[in-house]
Design a binder for this molecule. Structure first.
Ligand code: 13P
Ligand code: SF4
Length: 338
């Protein structure tokens, strides 16, 4: 007789309270006690299972604080996570981020098991362009090299000369030593790069569904409501937003800005978990927190991470021919600035 196995969810016990006490202490100002009692058993179970399985968790800066501070082995922006993926000594890597990040990790670790806790964790930028679209762009602009943001599928990376992230886009474009490049798929990042270089940028008009919602007017309103506030923004935002910002940078660039400048009051124009995560490290800084959530990043939860480890799901696989070509464009990116 077929019977569905019972899923045993972990419970809050005195032992769980003891092993998670230090994380609880750090997060007590942003996670209420009732909520902590739900998260703590998962944090304890994940950290135990990670050791048993020789697994590591690569966690993007947009993950929620209980993941970012509770179970991560490495946190960072897309570039830092890609670099870390080349150094990881583990049998299993769990990517707590979105699908393109897990694919990048798999490209760099073809012999390791790379898991993502929810296969539906996508990205509007990655969904905006296909490999066939890139081939068409090449036909329209013969001989012009293609730079693609890492926020793309492996199929697109396979048609790309070199990848970039928001942290190194200008450097990558300039590293090619040409006067013109095709840049995909983020039209706003492309327009921002064009303001920072003399290289002509032909761009695709994809957009991040989180960052495209911010407006310059919203930023001017923050300045009126909070005189003296520092406004920092991610380059996936539209040009009128970036024109109003005191600083533009990748997610890690924004985190470093807070550490270096220690402003009294700041607003980070990006996904909303960032401010929660950074506020834990900087209790003296007042964060004004607009909340634009990335629905894809938020698909990753502690219960799904635990199930991913227990069931070795969901494994990332990439067609070997696509993987070989895609890997080259990621590795070329990692060579830049090395
Ligand atoms: P970063 O590379 O700045 O972390 O950005 C990734 C991303 O998806 C931002 O929306
Ligand atoms: Fe993609 Fe935007 Fe979400 Fe980043 S925040 S994963 S770019 S949809």
């Amino acid at each position: 007789m077929n019977s569905t196995p019972q899923v045993v969810e972990p419970e809050f016990t005195p032992e769980v309270a003891r092993v998670t006490a230090s994380v609880h202490e750090r997060l007590k100002d942003i996670i209420p006690d009732v909520e902590w009692a739900v998260h703590a058993p998962y944090i304890a179970a994940i950290n135990r299972l990670k050791k048993e399985l020789n697994a590591v968790l690569l966690v993007h800066n947009y993950q929620t604080p209980e993941i970012y501070h509770g179970v991560a082995d490495f946190v960072g922006d897309s570039l830092a996570l890609a670099r870390k993926a080349t150094e990881v000594d583990a049998d299993i890597i769990v990517q707590c981020g979105v699908h393109f990040m897990a694919e990048t990790t798999k490209l760099l670790n073809p012999d390791k098991t790379v898991l993502i806790p929810d296969l539906e964790a996508g990205c509007s930028l990655a969904a905006s362009i296909t490999g066939a679209d890139v081939r068409k762009l090449r036909e329209q602009h013969p001989g012009v090299p293609v730079v693609s943001y890492v926020n793309t599928t492996a199929d697109v990376k396979a048609e790309t000369d070199v990848c970039c992230t928001s942290a190194n886009a200008v450097e990558v474009v300039e590293s090619l030593g040409v006067d013109k490049v095709i840049f995909t798929p983020d039209g706003y990042l492309a327009q921002y790069v064009a303001t920072q270089t003399d290289v002509e940028i032909i761009y695709w008009e994809g957009a991040c569904e989180v960052h495209e919602r911010f407006t310059g007017e919203e930023l001017r309103d923050y300045r009126k409501s909070y005189p003296g506030i520092r406004v920092i923004a991610h380059p996936e935002c539209p040009p009128d937003v970036l024109n109003e910002a005191d600083f533009v940078g990748s997610t890690s660039g924004m985190i470093n800005y807070v550490g270096e400048h220690k402003p009294q009051q700041i607003v980070m124009i990006t996904e909303c978990s960032m401010s929660d995560n950074v506020a834990v490290e900087h209790p003296d800084v007042d964060f004004i927190r607009p909340c634009n959530l990335c629905p894809h990043m938020k698909r990753i939860t502690l219960p799904k991470i635990l199930h991913a480890l227990r069931n070795k799901q969901y494994e990332i696989t990439i067609d070997p021919d696509v993987a070989a070509r895609a890997r080259r464009s990621v590795e070329r990116m990692l060579e830049v600035g090395r």
